[in-house]
Ligand binder design. Structure first.
Ligand code: 475
Length: 829
């Protein structure tokens, strides 16, 4: 396409990547950008100056990457996601640009401690959990493998709330992560698009009898681009994450300013900018709020406008769209994109319905992340009609054409039409966003094998019958760069000594470790690494909770959002039973149990669970009879940066969701990759992890998905599970009788009642099998050689769960995209 003569010459003279050069850049940045005399600089100033020095080097590569993509006629992949759970950026960028060691040394020579400096950075927590972290891993992998892949999202001023316990119950505090500015973002004042809300649709009748529609009036808000360069590891590729921030338009200002109400004008302005103010902290529940719908449309409309502008700027026509553009919808949050692209193609570019629809379907693909019914987004037709009137019209037309097709294939099957319709007519009329995403996409994927099967058999069974070829599985993965190289530098070094570094790009090569998994010398080194990692975690625990934990015992870790289906209560029941056995004088193997995770602010049950865990922990941790044989800690404010400390220290990974509910899980992968053994149900990707690591190297327990369905059908009262189980009965009684609380009997009584009489996720039914699995784990842990063999075997066999494999699966099965590496991969420099 637009082949410019000079695509390889750097736009600037390249900056040095050695220690001396970096030192110079950091010192210069301190004066020129931070505006401080190095003698007066604080640690935060050093963080900023270092960030500027790295960003200078990344932006060079960003420009080169872009030139190459523009010159080579590549297909671009756009990832649309409401969430990116990125974490800290400085260390990631240093690592991926290959200048971490040099920078560490440069800072040392400047009298600064690297580890202290990087810890000043706030996490970019623009996501809730699994879905948002997956998006961040995918962007990193796109860049690392050299795919022309770009993220679009929202620049929330406030990310995921900060969690505190006051003293036991969760309290949320705002996460004002941009408070001190952000050296990683490039505001693009020229990339501003007006986004309309409300208003009305005007019908225009042309002379040839055709009808044309336009969307007019209402309210306009500007979406302004903020670019975050995303560096690939060991390559020169630097891709881009474009986040949209809301700005009031000048028109908007003028209206009020002209009326002379200056104060009102300024106040309203900030209201219109509230669209990108805050991330909704709900994971796996749909929020029916108008502001949320506006957020979704806001970032989708800006992104599609941007994508089409780039497409035409590069000289392509609309007919080229399917060859040049793939758009992945990360869950249904951006599903309104289907209607918006139709609107743009017809109302702005004059395409006919049929042609526009053909193009749309070839461009979009949709990833589903959850089967939980309460997470499925629907929007009241009334609300959609008011906020996005033209889109509502288009959705009706899509639905009409779609249902006509279904009618032809299944004549007289009215029930089927109701089930498939984009509009749910039961209990008020609602638009089913998942149905819009399915009909508007050429491929629909689940995120683990079981999940995809369940999508086909349950949630999307009728769609699967219509279009079986559209459903594919893409099992999730995790980036080894963050979750191994950065989180576990000692294990990385140890692997390097034994099997080299190729695994960093091709994680399957960890298999080369297998011949040595039983090697005593290797095992000893592995154990030393674990121990060091546990010490690092013990420090974090002491700093955040004041609790001291020993590092010579089994670390049993459950870190994830708090949800009934994830069953933190199952772990808690086990902890209480261990406590009782210790107090009964039994010789129980020592362990440290670690919880981490946030509850959605309005999810009272999840908050009750947090509170009770904290109260139980408090009793156990202060019981002199227990001493250091059992400790239980709930680490507050679990976030990406904390995860990088917790995961490498874990021995046991708790993946104990009720089978059929966890779409995939990705924490399960991070922990196993770091040599933790999984105690888990046959749910989500646990099944594939078991297949990969082998049955002897994982502790599987509990009902399978079909057993859960059968159990539910039997409709037994949960309480019945207590019969003949004195230890479990005692545990439940202790909770309901308020043994662990001095002032809130009500919450404990309620939780006990819930277990006895509701227990919707079958905690009691699975408990005996769970306890038995934990005992298997204890027995193996008592034989260090066997444990270490199993742990090292896990590491050696986790290669499949690399995000690079996931991204290649998307590229091959869905996007038809190929990598375009800017330079051969290399280590460092
Ligand atoms: C699954 N979040 C994990 C992970 O695929 C899976 C829902 C509604 C609104 C906001 N956020 C959500 C999710 O549904 C979500 O995070 N799902 C998770 O996606 C990545 O590994 O099993 O629960």
């Amino acid at each position: 396409m637009s082949t410019s003569a000079d695509t390889t010459a750097p736009p600037l003279s390249p900056l040095p990547h050695d220690t001396e050069g970096l030192k110079q850049s950091i010192r210069d940045a301190m004066v020129r950008f931070v505006g401080k005399d190095p003698k007066q600089a604080t640690q935060r100033d050093w963080l900023d100056a270092t960030s500027f020095a790295v960003r200078e080097r990344m932006i060079e590569r960003r420009l080169l990457t872009r030139r190459q993509f523009d010159a080579e006629d590549v297909k671009r992949v756009y990832y649309l996601s409401m969430e990116y759970l990125i974490g800290r950026m400085l260390e990631a960028n240093l690592r991926n640009t290959g200048i971490l060691d040099e920078t560490r040394e440069a800072l040392a020579q400047l009298g600064q401690d690297y580890d202290e400096i990087v810890a000043w950075e706030d996490d970019a927590a623009l996501g809730n959990g699994g879905l948002g972290r997956l998006a961040a891993c995918i962007l990193e992998s796109l860049a690392t493998q050299g795919y022309p892949g770009f993220g679009y999202g929202i620049r929330y001023e406030y990310g995921m709330f900060r969690q505190q316990f006051e003293p036991y119950r969760q309290v949320e505090h705002p996460d004002n992560w941009l408070r001190y500015g952000n050296p990683w973002e490039f505001p693009r004042a020229e990339r501003k698009y007006p986004i309309r809300f409300y208003g009305e649709v005007v019908e225009h009748h042309r002379n040839d009898g055709s009808v044309h529609y336009s969307w007019e009036d209402g309210e306009q808000i500007l979406a302004m681009a903020y670019d975050y360069p995303t560096a690939g590891y060991g390559r020169r590729n630097v891709n881009n994450l474009r986040l949209w921030g809301a700005k009031a338009t000048r028109d908007f200002d003028l209206r009020y300013f002209n009326e002379g109400d200056y104060i009102r004008a300024v106040a309203d302005k900030s209201q219109s900018e509230s669209i990108s103010m805050v991330l909704y902290p709900n994971d796996a529940t749909a929020i029916g709020k108008e502001l949320r719908l506006k957020q979704e449309y806001f970032f989708v409309a800006a992104s599609l406008h941007d994508i089409l502008d780039r497409h035409t700027e590069l000289g392509y026509t609309l007919d080229d769209l399917p060859h040049q553009v793939a758009i992945q919808l990360n869950d249904t949050h951006p599903a309104i994109a289907v209607a918006e692209l139709m609107r743009l193609l017809m109302d702005r570019h004059g395409l006919h319905w049929a042609r526009a629809w053909e193009l749309c379907r070839q461009v979009f693909a949709y990833t589903n992340h959850t089967l939980m019914p309460e997470a499925l987004e629907t929007w009241p037709v009334d609300l959609m009609t008011r906020v996005l009137p033209r889109h509502m019209q288009i959705i009706y037309r899509i639905n009409h054409e779609f249902l006509e097709m279904v009618r032809r294939r299944f004549p007289g099957d009215e029930e089927r039409l109701k089930r498939l319709s984009l509009i749910d007519e039961e209990g008020g009329r609602n638009v089913r966003m998942a149905h819009l995403a399915v009909v508007g996409s050429h491929q629909i994927n689940g995120v683990a094998a079981l999940h995809t099967e369940l999508l086909k058999q349950t949630l999307f069974a009728d769609f699967y019958q219509l279009w079986p070829e559209r459903f594919v599985n893409v099992t999730n993965g995790v980036t080894p760069r963050l979750w191994m190289i950065q989180a576990n530098p000692e294990l990385t070094e140890f692997l390097g000594e034994k099997i080299g570094h190729d695994w960093q790009y091709d994680l399957e090569r960890l298999r080369a470790l297998e011949p040595w998994v039983a090697d005593p010398e290797l095992q000893q080194k592995f154990q030393q690494v674990k121990r060091k990692n546990k010490e690092r975690l013990a420090t974090l625990v002491r700093e955040r909770t004041g609790i001291r934990i020993r590092t010579d015992v089994l670390f049993d870790v459950q870190i994830k959002r708090i949800h009934e289906y994830k069953r933190q209560l199952l772990k808690l029941l086990h902890v209480i039973e261990l406590y009782n056995r210790i107090r009964d004088g039994e010789n129980v193997p020592p362990r440290v149990v670690i919880f981490g995770g946030k509850a959605a602010p309005g999810y009272q049950r999840a908050k009750d669970i947090i509170q009770v865990i904290n109260e139980v922990a408090d009793v156990i941790n202060h019981d002199p009879q227990v001493g250091d044989r059992l400790k239980c800690v709930f680490i507050p404010n679990y976030e990406v940066s904390a995860a990088t400390v917790i995961i490498p220290a874990a021995d046991l990974s708790e993946q104990i969701s009720t089978a059929g509910f966890e779409a995939s899980g990705t924490g399960n992968m991070k922990l196993a990759l770091n040599g933790a053994l999984t105690v888990g149900t046959l749910d989500g990707a646990n099944i594939e992890i078991r297949d990969a690591v082998g049955e002897d190297n994982i502790f599987i327990f509990g009902m399978t998905e079909s057993e859960v369905v059968a159990h539910r059908a039997r409709g037994e009262v949960p309480e019945a599970m207590l019969a003949g189980r004195p230890a479990l009965s005692r545990t439940v009684e202790m909770i309901e009788q308020g043994y662990f609380t001095c002032d809130d009997n009500a919450t404990h009584a309620e939780l006990g009642h819930y277990l006895r009489h509701q227990d919707p996720f079958f905690v009691l039914a699975d408990y005996p099998a769970y306890r038995e699995a934990c005992e298997r784990a204890d027995a193996l842990y008592a034989q260090p050689e066997c444990w270490n063999t199993a742990a090292l075997t896990n590491i050696a066999r986790m290669g499949y769960f690399s995000i690079d494999r996931t991204v290649r699966d998307y590229a091959e099965k869905i996007w038809d995209a190929t990598p375009e590496p800017v330079a051969p991969k290399r280590n460092g420099g």
